[in-house]
Ligand binder design. Structure first.
Ligand code: NAD
Length: 313
């Protein structure tokens, strides 16, 4: 039997860990020996309000189960809040080995009626929150020698009009994760993203179901999508044994899959004009021989190779 993958001696910060997926991540990490900082503002699904008991309930449950945890009710969308979460980790446990950026909000909003405030609120919590907490934790992650960062994206990056501000923020996190993985490579830090799916208050929101044109789910009829089924994927991605960096994985009711960004070889126009773009449209879009560049530099090499080898006709 393979030995259990454990987190003894590791300190992991999980944002938004008072409910839903983050709670499951925190419980699993603690059960595997990690000291966990359970951060949660305790607000509403759409981002309003605050309740300190939400984070503390999870931290005390972990302690009752014999684990090690503290709570932090800081708002990770603010610079002070993000620093406070990391400071709490360092004060209680002496460092930070991994950060799971999981906190999130979701409101169903239709374009173009989306207000500037609605848009900013989504970017602040998801994108800025991820940036601020990770930046604060970075020196500690570097010092740990094998730091890990997990970000949270969503299938909404494929496009989801009813949650456009949410989808936009998640797209920003995609680019952040890719570039941060490069920044972390020299200092032993691995950075990956998860696109989880689970029955939580976020997915049960009747306003969003209505905006998306999805019928309300009658009680008891929803497919069982337990957040606990996504937790092993999140925990694996912040474990020392995690084999990858800069990559994204879907975790949905036990299904785990890689998500990637790809580019077609394209077509080299010998005489660039709108008409030749039109004429070669099928070749431009043909996915045969596509590449999955790991970095922007790798994308440029792919493009340059095609340009170099192309025979003018
Ligand atoms: N549930 C899904 O199917 C699904 C799908 C794709 C992505 N996600 C992502 O997974 C993550 C967790 O979502 P969930 O479904 O568990 O939702 P949830 O609402 O159950 O949990 C999110 C938690 O984040 C906390 N939070 C929100 N803003 C915060 C802030 N500024 N500071 C600190 N804490 C804050 C909330 O209080 C809440 O407890 C989110 O990033 C979400 O976008 C979820």
């Amino acid at each position: 039997v393979a030995p259990l993958l454990r987190f003894d001696g590791k300190v992991v910060v999980v944002t938004g860990a008072g409910r839903g997926l983050g709670r499951s991540y925190a419980m699993l990490l603690a059960a595997r020996g990690a000291s966990v900082v359970v951060n949660d503002l305790g607000g509403s699904s759409g981002g309003g309000g605050a309740d300190e008991s939400v984070a503390e309930d999870v931290a005390s449950t972990i302690r009752e189960n014999g684990g090690s945890a503290i709570s932090s009710a800081a708002d990770i969308a603010s610079e002070e809040g993000a620093s406070a979460v990391v400071a709490a980790a360092v004060e209680a446990f002496g460092g930070v080995h991994a950060v799971i950026n999981n906190a999130g909000i979701l409101a169903g909003l239709q374009f173009p009626e989306i207000s500037t405030d609605d848009m900013r609120r989504h970017l602040d919590v998801h994108l800025m929150g991820t940036f601020l907490v990770t930046r604060s934790a970075w020196p500690h992650l570097v010092a740990s020698g094998s730091g890990r960062v997990l970000t949270t994206i969503s299938s909404a990056i494929y496009g989801s009009a009813p949650v456009l501000p949410y989808s936009t923020a998640k797209g920003g996190i995609f680019g952040f994760t890719r570039s941060l993985a490069q920044a972390g490579a020299a200092v032993g830090i691995k950075v990956n993203g998860i696109a989880p799916r689970a029955a939580t208050r976020l997915t049960g929101n009747p306003d969003i179901r209505r905006a998306a044109g999805v019928a309300a789910v009658p009680d008891g009829a929803a497919p069982r999508r337990d957040p606990d089924d996504a937790a092993p994927v999140a925990a694996y991605l912040v474990h020392d044994r995690c084999p990858v960096t800069g990559q994204f994985f879907a975790a949905d009711a036990g299904r785990v899959a890689r998500i990637f960004l790809a580019e077609t070889p394209g077509h080299v126009l010998t005489d660039p004009s709108m008409e030749s773009v039109h004429e070669h449209w099928d070749r431009i879009c043909d996915t045969t021989g596509f590449a999955i560049p790991a970095t922007a530099a790798e994308q440029r090499r792919f493009a340059d190779t095609i340009l170099t080898h192309h025979q003018p006709v």
